[in-house]
Design a protein around this ligand. Structure first.
Ligand SMILES: [Zn+2]
Length: 182
């Protein structure tokens, strides 16, 4: 699958989800055996927020072995996330990496509030860096997605330059995934 086909597959899977079609991802015994025997060949890597309402496989009707998923609160990119994406791009050859943020993100709200403590602060600090002087949560959400996109593009430019990195936003209230420019 190339990058365009990969993006189309995410869009059509999300359209099926939006239409209320029963989950059509393949989780059968056959696919489990096939992928156990022959390895995984995912056609996309997705860095999504850990929010329980934003599971990439569910909202895009993807089954076993299809999406290499990295999830972290606020879809931020630290060393572990970066390493995981590098692995997906360099060793699994995914044509597309998507950073998937979402509306009403708790991590974005916590960053704007500015009272995070403990390890949570490492995430909110990254989001605050993306926000700059912006205080509108929807705009900060997009800026945070684009910051993660830029981090991944910079890293993959050296190691897997043919891999395309894009940002997308999931709207909790509608269930729609939209790719964003930039
Ligand atoms: Zn979130």
């Amino acid at each position: 699958m190339n990058e365009k086909e990969s993006r189309n597959r995410l869009v059509t899977g999300n359209a099926a989800f939006l239409a209320g079609i029963p989950f059509s991802g393949d989780t059968s015994e056959k696919i489990r055996q096939q992928t156990a025997e022959h390895g995984q060949h995912p056609w996309a890597a997705v860095v999504a927020c850990s929010d329980s309402r934003v599971a990439p496989e569910l909202i895009c009707h993807a089954g076993i072995g299809e999406i290499f998923t990295i999830r972290t609160a606020g879809n931020t990119i630290g060393p572990g996330e970066l390493a995981s994406v590098e692995y997906a791009a360099e060793h699994l050859g995914v044509p597309l990496v998507v950073v998937l943020g979402h509306t009403d993100c708790g991590a974005v709200k916590a960053a704007l509030k500015g009272d995070a403590t403990g390890h949570i602060k490492s995430i909110t600090d990254m989001i605050r860096r993306a926000a700059g002087i912006e205080t509108d949560p929807d705009k900060v959400c997009v800026k945070n997605i684009l910051q993660s996109v830029e981090s991944l593009r910079a890293a993959l430019a050296k190691t897997a330059p043919e891999t395309i990195v894009r940002g997308a936003i999931y709207r909790l209230e509608t269930g729609r995934v939209s790719f964003i420019e930039g």
